[in-house]
Ligand binder design. Structure first.
Ligand SMILES: [Zn+2]
Length: 345
């Protein structure tokens, strides 16, 4: 079986280096023990990239029909590795990476509550999702998706407290996993994060572990290029709307001084938005609070607490609207909109 086939133009690209391919070929002859998953009483050895994982046939076969069928094709260990294993422990070769197999085994052999408790790293979750899909372990695909939603949520409230990946290019991996497993509800957030990447990052894709490349399909790449332009325009428009004059009967400062401050802030920020900056979902909350008239030293454009509250509310409302328009901005098909939870507001 193979995870690799010639990518069609419309498919995400996931490539492996020559060194890695060579490694896979050598693994037909010899392998070394994995440092973590080698149980002396294990009864099957899975070999990935020349690393052997000695585990329990029954446990994996119970989780996955694909594993069960694969184990019926297991062969005796190659002569070169005879000293490592007894005769009754057959081997199977897989085309996955050793890291992917390690992530999957950690999840399957560690118990299903493990993911929630331990908080797996993004790449472990991604590996699990990819392999759970390949090996037909649907509930693990769903568990992995729930974890991915912590980074790429499907509703605005969750977006406000979502985690940001340490490498922004991980959004590319998330898009490709969403496509692979038809988990379309995370696509708007994941593609939005892709729009924040540089052109070079988008074109080159995400390189990780020195060999693997996750790159967007040409269709998703086009969505990001067009989406970035639209989001940039929207970012300027949203800032103009945010810092439009307030009608606030509860303003505690006389003489319209808060609105004068807002006008100054508006001209400073709207002009100051960096050309090409499209992070329109980024909150203005902290910036708005920095103009609090009670701050010391007093800001040059001070705002009263009541006006600050109104501006912060406006900021949330504007960004909520942008969020609900993401499927349209990113030209995602109707099916994605159906997959998104409906926003009450
Ligand atoms: Zn005021």
């Amino acid at each position: 079986m193979s995870t690799l086939s010639s990518p069609k133009a419309s498919e995400p690209r996931r490539k492996r280096s020559r060194a890695e391919s060579d490694c896979t070929m050598q693994s037909e002859d010899a392998f070394s023990r994995d440092g973590r998953f080698w149980y002396d009483d294990g009864n099957i050895i899975i070999i990935a990239q020349g690393i052997g994982f000695r585990v329990f046939k029954g446990l994996l076969a119970a989780e996955s029909d694909v594993f069960r069928d694969m184990f019926t094709l297991a062969k005796p260990a190659p002569d070169l590795s005879r000293e490592l294993v007894p005769d009754d422990c057959p081997v199977v070769h897989v085309t996955d990476t050793a890291a992917e197999i390690r992530s999957l085994l950690a999840m399957l052999l560690g118990g299903r509550q493990y993911m929630r408790r331990v908080k797996f790293e993004f790449d472990d979750v991604a590996n699990c999702m990819r392999l759970a899909h390949k090996y037909g372990i649907q509930d693990l695909v769903e568990d992995s998706l729930e974890e991915l939603k912590r980074y790429f949520p499907e509703d605005f409230e969750s977006w406000e407290k979502s985690l940001v990946c340490d490498q922004l290019t991980k959004a590319i991996t998330a898009v490709n996993l969403a496509r692979l497993t038809n988990s379309l509800s995370i696509l708007p957030a994941a593609l939005y994060r892709c729009c924040l990447l540089s052109g070079k990052q988008l074109l080159e894709g995400r390189v990780y572990m020195g060999a693997l490349v996750d790159a967007l399909s040409s269709e998703d790449l086009a969505r990001c290029i067009d989406g970035t332009a639209k989001l940039c325009t929207l970012n300027v428009r949203s800032a103009q709307e945010l810092f439009a004059p307030l009608e606030n009967a509860d303003c505690v400062v006389s003489g319209g001084r808060c609105n004068a401050s807002i006008a100054t802030i508006r001209s400073e920020w709207v002009e100051g938005i960096r050309r090409g900056s499209c992070d329109v979902l980024d909150s203005w909350g902290q910036i708005i609070c920095s103009y609090d008239r009670k701050k010391k030293p007093k800001p040059t454009s001070p705002l009263c607490g009541s006006c600050i509250s109104l501006l912060k509310h406006r900021d949330v409302e504007i960004r909520k609207r942008v969020w609900s328009n993401l499927p349209e901005i990113l030209e995602l098909k109707e099916s994605v909109e159906e997959a998104m939870p409906q926003d009450d507001t």
